[in-house]
Design a protein around this ligand. Structure first.
Ligand SMILES: *[C@@H]1O[C@H](CO)[C@@H](O)[C@H](O)[C@H]1NC(C)=O
Ligand SMILES: *[C@@H]1O[C@H](CO)[C@@H](O)[C@H](O)[C@H]1NC(C)=O
Length: 361
């Protein structure tokens, strides 16, 4: 009898373990999860709610992984690139690691000189998220959840954060981010930090890619990449991508390369969703990326800080081997009252929607 109940106990454990997330039981065990629809595969880990790979064919049917990243999970826990990560509580830089809200000054943890970058040294891209839901089938998705507590990295109030990665259609990836402040008003600005290389993550520089960015202004920055507060026209500057142009055609006039917030100006639908950018591969794969989102800005970053970074398959990524299009609010908004508001109070919900549509020429 005792033996039978012991056996039953172990069987139940085994069942619980194998039932895993598909039964709806949330798990915090760190794993890599695949979403697949036909030849389109997206892999995500709950470490940092990170996209680890995006595999799809080119115009001739040859498949490649077009997201920069690492093999396995461990290198993500000690990286400085934010490859594929979901960054927050406040993406981008906050000057001097502080801001004032309702008369109180909050001190954050600096991790970029004297400034706070991507939520601090242990921002949302460096924590373990809970897998809430993982659903396969025609429109596969995964929902990850993280509870950020009052005072974490210096930010006020408890916050529930959800991100869903979903394959909506053939070669269409949606990212749906929600954040719910529970106890205090707080700034919220999440961003998806995948580095794209449409020729394949190992195919070298993106400077031959053609890009169109649907923005007529930028928020210029000082030498520490902190916005000056000005909103400046791109006209006559190397930031003007209102007409498609090779990224490399004017990057020589931008010290360090592109790492700048664009003020999006294309018309928005009733949900606030607008076209952000179109990128065409410069190496003949025929892959095209179109990005749509409901945010006021997009940070265009050309992998300027990549230096001999050991990635997937032992490949070393060099400067400009990937590009990021991080839709978000404007950087350092908490210190610029004229920038769009990023403060959310209990009772309000932060909603950030992105859609990456891939096609072939
Ligand atoms: C973390 O990264 C640093 C520098 O990139 C390296 O020196 C260190 O050995 C790494 N630590 C681990 C545990 O991999
Ligand atoms: C950080 O602030 C201190 C004090 O204001 C200043 O001396 C130092 O140069 C700053 N560091 C950087 C990297 O800007």
């Amino acid at each position: 009898m005792a033996r039978i109940s012991v056996l039953f106990f172990f069987l139940s454990l085994l069942l619980l373990a194998t039932a895993g997330v598909s039964s709806g039981a949330p798990t915090k065990r760190v794993g890599i999860y695949e979403l697949r629809r036909g030849e389109f595969s997206v892999k995500v880990t709950n470490w940092g709610a990170t996209i680890t790979s995006v595999v799809l064919p080119d115009s001739k049917g040859k498949v490649a992984d077009i997201a920069l990243g690492y093999d396995g999970i461990r290198p993500y826990t000690n990286d400085t690139t934010n490859f594929g990560a979901l960054v927050g509580r406040v993406a981008n830089r906050i000057a001097n690691a502080r801001f004032t809200l309702n008369g109180r000054t909050y001190h954050l943890l600096p991790n970029d000189g004297n400034n706070t970058l991507h939520g601090g040294p242990k921002g949302f891209g460096r924590v373990i998220w809970t897998v809430k839901d993982k659903v396969d089938g025609e429109y596969p998705y995964i929902t990850l959840y993280y509870r950020s507590v009052d005072g974490e990295q210096g930010f006020p109030g408890d916050l529930d954060v959800y991100v869903t990665y979903k394959i909506d259609d053939d070669f269409v990836l949606s990212v749906i981010m929600h954040a719910v402040p529970l106890t205090k008003p707080t700034p919220i600005n999440l961003a998806q930090h995948t580095y794209w290389n449409l020729g394949g993550h190992e195919s070298g520089s993106i400077l031959e890619d053609r890009i169109k960015i649907f923005a007529s202004h930028i928020t210029p920055v000082n030498d520490q990449l902190i916005p000056t507060g000005e909103i400046r026209s791109v006209s006559g500057t190397p930031f003007d991508f209102r007409e498609p142009a090779k990224i490399g055609s004017k990057i020589g006039r931008v010290p360090g390369g592109y790492d700048i917030n664009y003020v999006l100006s294309s018309p928005a639908d009733v949900q606030g969703v607008r076209k952000v950018a179109v990128v065409e591969d410069g190496r003949g794969s025929g892959r095209v990326l179109e990005l749509w989102a409901n945010q006021p800005g997009v940070q265009f970053y050309t992998g300027n800080f990549l230096k001999h970074e050991r990635g997937k398959n032992g490949h070393y990524y060099k400067i400009h081997d990937g590009l990021c299009l991080e839709t978000q609010g404007f950087p350092d908004s908490v210190n610029h009252p004229k920038f769009p508001n990023q403060i959310y109070s209990p009772g309000q919900v932060y909603k950030h929607f992105m859609q990456f549509k891939f096609s072939f020429k």
